[in-house]
Design a protein around this ligand. Structure first.
Ligand code: 5GP
Ligand code: ZN
Length: 114
């Protein structure tokens, strides 16, 4: 838990969010500024600042995170096409420094991203 981390505050229930999934290790909730008709974030409850801060001991956790996001994409009805995104660092657009995976779908998604 990082005291100034907004995603840790969402995990603790101190900041409200539209939660779509929760278990012991993960929370998924709708993005406050959706970039697609379906746009939610999957985060580990463990505070990790971003992909570059991962250690070998996080490998199983990250595998599960991808599986959780994929299962939620399918149960959300966007199984025909969805994108899983993790931004690392300000230059890549990371604004919240608690690791999160964006799950986007519900429209045609262009490539490359901006
Ligand atoms: P990043 O830019 O770090 O990859 O993604 C952070 C995401 O978190 C952004 O898409 C932003 O809209 C979302 N976000 C930031 N603050 C909040 C919040 O308080 N609640 C929710 N639900 N999403 C947030
Ligand atoms: Zn955090």
């Amino acid at each position: 838990m990082s005291q100034e981390c907004i995603f840790c505050k969402i995990i603790d229930g101190d900041i409200p969010a539209k939660v779509v999934f929760e278990d012991d290790d993960f929370l998924a909730f709708n993005d406050i500024s959706p970039q697609a008709p379906t746009h939610f974030l999957v985060i580990p409850k463990k505070h990790i600042s971003g992909p570059a801060a991962l250690t070998d001991s996080d490998q199983a956790l990250m595998g599960k995170l991808v599986k959780v996001g994929t299962d939620l994409a399918e149960s959300s009805g966007i199984q025909d096409g969805f994108r899983l995104v993790m931004n690392n660092g300000e230059r890549a657009g990371q604004t919240v420094f608690h690791l999160h995976m964006h799950v986007l779908g519900g429209r045609s998604l262009t490539w490359p991203p901006g």
